[in-house]
Design a protein around this ligand. Structure first.
Ligand SMILES: Cc1ncc(COP(=O)(O)O)c(C=O)c1O
Length: 386
């Protein structure tokens, strides 16, 4: 046991480009303090009671209005509920919608902890490759047919179509349409992990799968972790009415109430006071500058044979290494140069050692440039040893 007070703690002397979290110095701490006071003054002890399974109506209404305004598809109190963040939301969807012998499709690569959440449930997974335009829908179609031929039931696809973790790419608009059509025709549920939608740097995010699909095809998870604070454990789900009911009507919530009841009031206060848009605009401008700094430095510094896609939003850049350089073997070399990353093996069921993930949110541009230079030196050293 240690007396750590947060999940990830940067190591002295290392530029931690492996971390994938908001810059803690940008968390709106004084505003949250005020929101707690204001919310308690307004709602009193009901904030400390067992909560409603679906979250407080005033927060659901605020989120539903925002979603409806921005996405052109209506969400309301029947089709939107508050979750305990995307991790909890995804785990809970698996618990409520999946049988043990179902097959879950995951992107390759995908969010490493999304893989872990599925693995925890002992469900069988099928990886589907992505490219610079996101999930290769034709491959999904082929695998769906193959799974059915094997007598197994394809049930669900977990996807991060917008500002992907770890690849930084977004699913092309035409593929979005094909994907939702395919899923509807095949009775495949899509879980759309939309954690990064608000963090676009060039132009607003493409339409969500949820907004394009027939009702009941897509369960879309949105999160306040990256745009207010991960410690609030608050997010939301848009889905069909029956799916929302199935999500909320269960022993876990009947027993404990909503998983983040207190925080949901604080989040609602943040939105109701009109603070959200300005805060997100500030984050976008700071993170865009950091994205630009790291991309420009990587472009300049990395040796021949490295490739990456400049992300239009989100937190991450995935670098494909020169042929024969292993990301897992590179990591200790990079750490000895004072920089760290996540090896691509973490983001795949198998393989992935040819790539690594860098996050650009935690450091000022000058440190990011230094990180890129250190990484380039490490890659050159590893490439020379091949
Ligand atoms: C794709 C993706 N989904 C979910 C999460 C976690 O979301 P939450 O904090 O809402 O549980 C992350 C955080 O890194 C993420 O990158």
């Amino acid at each position: 046991m240690t007396d750590r007070v947060q999940q990830q703690q940067p190591r002295p002397g290392i530029i931690e480009l492996g971390f994938g979290e908001p810059d803690l110095t940008l968390l709106p701490t004084p505003i949250i303090e005020q929101c707690c006071r204001d919310a308690l003054a307004r709602h009193g002890r009901s904030m400390l009671a067992y909560g409603l399974n679906e979250g407080p109506a005033h927060l659901r209404r605020l989120i539903a209005e925002r979603v409806t305004r921005r996405e052109g598809r209506g969400a309301d109190l029947e089709t939107l509920i508050v979750t305990g963040g995307n991790s909890h939301g995804f785990a809970h969807i698996l618990d409520r919608f999946i049988d043990h012998d179902d097959v879950v499709f995951v992107e390759q690569p995908t969010y490493s902890l999304g893989l872990w959440i599925v693995r925890d449930r002992g469900v069988s997974m099928e990886p589907i490759d992505i490219d610079e335009d996101g999930l290769i829908v034709g491959l999904l179609e082929e695998r769906l047919a193959a799974v059915r031929r094997d007598g197994r039931r394809p049930r669900l696809l977990y996807t991060v179509p917008t500002f992907h973790n770890p690849a930084g790419v977004s699913l092309a608009v035409e593929r979005r349409r094909r994907l939702v059509e395919l899923a509807a025709a095949e009775d495949l549920l899509i879980v759309e992990d939309d954690a990064y939608r608000e963090l676009w740097y060039d132009e607003p995010a493409p339409a969500s799968l949820w907004s394009l699909a027939p009702a009941g095809t897509v369960l879309r998870l949105g999160s306040f972790s990256k745009v207010i604070a991960p410690g609030l454990r608050t997010g939301w789900l848009t889905a069909a009415r029956e799916q929302v009911e199935r999500y909320a009507d269960c022993g876990l919530m009947e027993s404990g109430g909503h998983v983040s009841w207190f925080s949901t009031f604080v989040t609602a206060q943040f939105l109701a006071e009109g603070l959200f848009d300005d805060h997100v605009a500030m984050l976008r401008s700071v993170y865009a500058e950091r994205r630009d700094a790291l991309c420009a430095a990587l472009q300049r510094e990395l040796p021949a044979g490295c490739r990456f896609v400049r992300p239009a939003g989100g937190f991450f850049i995935r670098v494909v290494l020169p042929r024969g350089v292993s990301a897992t073997r590179l990591l200790p070399v990079a750490e000895s140069h004072g920089v760290a990353f996540v090896p691509g093996t973490r983001n795949q069921l198998a393989g992935g050692d040819d790539s690594l993930r860098l996050g650009f949110t935690l450091y000022e541009p000058a440190e990011l440039r230094e990180g890129a230079a250190r990484l380039a030196a490490a890659v050159e050293q590893a490439a020379a040893r091949r």
